[in-house]
Design a protein around this ligand. Structure first.
Ligand code: XIL
Length: 315
């Protein structure tokens, strides 16, 4: 199993998966595979704002608690995902039209409440998710528009004040290689660290597609964050393709996983490698990218694909 292999790597990288709570409840094979293969888990959805605080001041931790319980039973660590994001926000936040002061206190209340609940039990928090555009400018989220760029620093400080042991990450997609977007993270993290703001990690989601070439400079990118003194992680790896898949696609996919895991294993402080699901039976790709799928390590019948073998070999 992957988790056994990961424990023996020189960097002791955690091998994780996103967990789909309905699959976990309904499918015994899914449950057994989560337990057997992974030593880290991320909530695919249930720690997001719309689930945790659907109405103002009304928190619902039922599903998130269930994940924590499963993780504990399986001897797994938990990555928290995510505290500040523009997506999967309840309408009351997104369309609330709050003043700066009010929205800031709403954000602070949310972070404080969620982080307190799982204090000491989350090893890495994706504090802020997807804050930059492709060109490295700030994304015009409700947070940015109302609070300005200082919201990220606030979120990091509030999280750290409650749970000083958790490693605090900024996380995004299309930042595997060196480009304008990953440059923006590099500069921001450098600036924040110089100011003493608690930021400890940079996460590349790792949603690759066979329609684009693989990132060729991912190790170089991760190593520059290493030199800044922060951890790195691959947080949501999957490699999608047009379906149905043939041998050439499955082999190319295997190279995609290999590229990402290799960069992580060659980076001393790359501390976790998480896949965004592990069986093609349950994946967000077919719902979000028309005509695409087959993005994960196991097929719909839980048979290992070439990508699974590549991950095994690299570990
Ligand atoms: C996705 C989930 O997998 C889907 O189930 C949900 O409908 C939408 O969000 N980047 C992220 C993840 O940070 O939270 C997203 O997860 C995928 C893209």
């Amino acid at each position: 199993p992957l988790r056994k292999l990961a424990e023996r790597t020189k960097t002791k990288v955690r091998i994780g998966t996103a967990v789909d709570m309905s699959a976990l409840a309904d499918d015994a094979t899914y449950r057994e595979t989560v337990a057997k293969e992974f030593n880290s888990v991320t909530a695919e959805n249930v720690m997001k704002w719309e689930v945790v605080q659907p109405e103002r001041g009304v928190y619902d931790f039922t599903a998130a608690d269930a994940l924590m319980k499963t993780a504990r039973a399986n001897g797994q660590e938990v990555r928290g995902h995510t505290l500040v994001w523009h997506s999967q926000l309840p309408a009351w936040v997104n369309e609330g039209d709050f003043s700066k002061e009010e929205l800031r206190s709403i954000l602070r209340d949310h972070i404080t409440t969620v982080v307190k609940r799982y204090k000491g039990k989350i090893y890495q928090w994706d504090v802020a998710n997807e804050i930059f555009n492709e060109d490295g400018t700030w994304r015009e989220s409700v947070w940015y528009k109302t609070l300005g760029p200082g919201y990220v620093e606030d979120a990091l400080r509030w999280t750290h004040a409650i749970d000083p042991k958790a490693k605090l990450f900024l996380n995004d997609y299309n930042v595997e290689g060196v480009n304008a977007k990953s440059d923006a993270y590099y500069e921001l993290i450098k600036k924040l660290r110089a100011k003493g703001v608690p930021v400890h990690g940079f996460g590349a989601q790792g949603h690759l597609s066979l329609e684009y070439d693989l990132p060729h400079d991912m190790t170089e990118n991760f190593l520059r964050f290493d030199r800044l003194g922060v951890e790195t992680a691959v947080t949501e790896a999957d490699v999608r393709m047009r379906v149905p898949a043939e041998t050439i696609e499955l082999n190319a996919q295997s190279q995609g996983y290999h590229t990402m895991l290799q960069a992580c294993l060659l980076t001393p402080k790359c501390t976790s490698f998480t896949v965004w699901g592990f069986t093609d039976k349950y994946s967000w790709i077919p719902d979000w990218f028309e005509g695409e799928g087959a993005a994960l390590l196991l097929d719909e019948q839980y048979n290992p694909k070439p990508a699974y073998k590549a991950v095994q070999q690299d570990l």
